[in-house]
Design a protein around this ligand. Structure first.
Ligand SMILES: Nc1ncnc2c1ncn2[C@@H]1O[C@H](COP(=O)(O)OP(=O)(O)OP(=O)(O)O)[C@@H](O)[C@H]1O
Length: 309
């Protein structure tokens, strides 16, 4: 197990934003967190990254156990000796432990170049030592090389010298993912990476998430249900701070409680149109919906393999 929460709770005065959540993530999973506005999704991310301290409960993170479990279907446990208790960790500490995050509202340096945004993140991800004035010049070269490789991966190599504020909204969201990738985290938390992105841009951001999920564990907050149903290995549903469902997309889509709390009929219509396929929307349906190719994530892995720097 890579990440485990046990009774995780956050209260703000009389509001319980996250309410006794028991959640676990296996290494290599892409798990989407969905739920209505105010369900507690961002608060959950804020707890996992140390932005907020829990009122109750515990968070454990086990990159070593997670690494061991890759390929063996999660034999490690966050209860093993290698697990870190990050319940009270600061954002710096969770980042150094291997949890990086992108934000709902863009969090880039607008006047720096695209390359500089990633290079600075690569430098910062090495911890405080990398800021020392007498640091080795080869550190700069390493950070530069890492940033360049990340730009290749996120499709922004041609924009390396562009001032960030001149990027399109979709490109900025991709760059956010690039910044989160710097320092090679074990777990990436992506907060609404497609928010505000045009339909053509959504395709690119989704392809990037799928690519990144090939060699990282990913948790994704996303309101676009087509994206969520398409790319998730698993979906966890929060409602009024409680985890009301947690399972594969087809199970969550068919869950009556989830339908009532959030989906409001989504997927029932899909089942009617595509003959009840459990693998998500049919290709023909998706082609009329923004032209985006859909299909089970596992089915696309072969296409994506080997393209990365
Ligand atoms: N710092 C805060 N102080 C007080 N209440 C807060 C704070 N942050 C969040 N809340 C409350 O906690 C609840 C959960 O909010 P949260 O932002 O986590 O929901 P969400 O599921 O991310 O919503 P959205 O989809 O709209 O982003 C809401 O009732 C919200 O008003």
């Amino acid at each position: 197990m890579l990440l485990e929460t046990d009774g995780l709770t956050k209260r703000f005065g009389g509001i319980t934003a996250v309410d006794g959540v028991d959640f676990a993530l296996e290494a290599g999973e892409l798990c989407s967190i969905i739920g209505p506005n105010g369900a507690g999704k961002t608060t959950f991310f804020n707890l996992l990254t140390g932005v907020l301290e829990p009122s109750d409960g515990r968070i454990r993170f086990d990159p070593a156990g997670g690494a061991d479990s890759t390929g063996s279907n999660g034999s490690g446990s966050a209860g093993d000796d290698t697990a870190l208790d990050i319940t009270a960790a600061s954002p710096d500490e969770t980042a150094l432990a291997g949890i990086h995050r992108s934000y709902q509202i863009t969090n880039l340096f607008p006047t720096l170049s695209v390359l500089e945004n990633v290079r600075v993140a690569a430098q910062a991800s090495r911890g405080n030592d990398s800021w020392k004035l007498w640091r080795n010049v080869s550190d700069f070269e390493d950070h530069y090389a890492e940033a360049t490789a990340i730009l290749e991966r996120i499709g922004l190599a041609a924009e390396a010298e562009t001032v960030t504020q001149n990027l399109s909204h979709g490109e900025k969201r991709s760059l956010e993912v690039g910044v989160a990738l710097a320092g090679d985290p074990d777990l990436l938390l992506l907060d609404e990476p497609t928010a505000g992105v045009s339909s053509e841009g959504v395709d690119e951001v989704v392809a990037l998430i799928e690519d990144v999920a090939e060699d990282h564990s990913v948790m994704l907050i996303e309101h676009n249900m087509e994206v969520v149903m398409d790319i998730s290995d698993r979906i966890a549903v929060l409602h009024r701070g409680e985890l009301i469902a947690d399972g594969p997309p087809e199970d969550v889509r068919g869950d009556e409680t989830v339908q009532e709390a959030y989906l409001g009929g989504y997927g029932r219509e899909e089942s009617g149109r595509d003959g009840g396929s459990a693998d998500g929307p049919a290709e023909s349906d998706a082609a009329t919906d923004g032209g985006r190719q859909v299909g089970a994530r596992a089915g696309r892995r072969a296409d994506l393999g080997g393209d990365r720097p």
